[in-house]
Ligand binder design. Structure first.
Ligand code: MLT
Length: 242
């Protein structure tokens, strides 16, 4: 299995996606929150790039069936019902609803992936179910780390490293890695026993703590705590039963 990892989505538009599985990672906090939305019973999650287009989609679907969630600078977007903390989604606010979400780095990635064979949301909280699905799919893999405003982020790269490690050592795939994927695996090998602190000390972890979201980091670092698989179909993320 060939595995390419992008440390940031900046070059994503130059990559051929046909016949590939793509795993989108935004540990803090978009893909962790998406797992949490589905655990709370969301019908589907619609990732949007900007708040304006999210609002238009909300008007189209209707306020009875859809709810707006998202953040800018980590904080709930004005006039949206929900922010982007994985701890805030529950059966009352998202159960049975379409969650239309716009976040700074995570949700825009999904708009450039329509040519991929399969697109999965990947976080630490669902890493094992993602590894199994990627293995079963038997295609080459592109891991897209959402990063932070065009830059690299330690938590997404670490998560990519765990995914690679599982595919190689648990599922015994022979893997061919690009250099960024090798780097991610090295990062994991060095930090596998201190994932929470590695994330907490990273730039985005430190920022989220400074604005009161340190519990989100604990949840986001909890490996396999939300074993939910969600995949992109026609611009919407849906939960796949496992
Ligand atoms: C993002 O997409 O940039 C993040 O999820 C930001 C956050 O809410 O921490």
């Amino acid at each position: 299995m060939k595995i390419d990892l992008l440390l940031t989505p900046v070059r994503l538009d130059q990559i051929a996606l046909e016949n590939k599985t793509v795993a989108v990672i935004d540990v803090l906090r978009c893909t962790t929150s998406i797992c949490s939305m589905f655990r709370a019973g969301a019908k589907a999650v619609i990732p949007m790039t900007g708040p304006g287009e999210a609002g238009e989609m909300w008007s189209k679907i209707g306020s009875e069936s859809a709810v707006l969630a998202g953040e800018r600078n980590g904080v709930k977007i004005e006039n949206f019902s929900l922010g982007n903390s994985p701890l805030e989604f529950n059966a009352d606010n998202v159960g049975g609803k379409y969650v239309i979400t716009s976040t700074t780095n995570g949700t825009p990635v999904f708009s450039g992936l329509s040519k991929a064979a399969l697109v999965l949301t990947c976080a630490l909280v669902n890493i094992s179910v993602v590894a199994k699905r990627v293995h079963d799919e038997k295609r080459d893999l592109l891991i897209v780390c959402s990063g932070r405003e065009g830059g690299f982020s330690i938590e997404d790269t670490l998560c990519g490293g765990i995914l690679i490690d599982r595919l190689q050592n648990e599922y015994n795939n022979t893997v061919f890695l690009n250099d960024a994927a090798s780097l991610a695996q090295l990062l994991y090998r060095d930090n596998g026993d201190k994932i929470h602190s590695a994330i907490e000390e990273g730039e985005h972890g430190a920022y989220l703590s400074s604005i009161g979201f340190s519990e989100d980091i604990k949840m986001a670092a909890d490996i396999d705590a939300v074993p939910i698989l969600s995949l992109l179909r026609d611009g919407r993320l849906i939960k796949e039963e496992i």
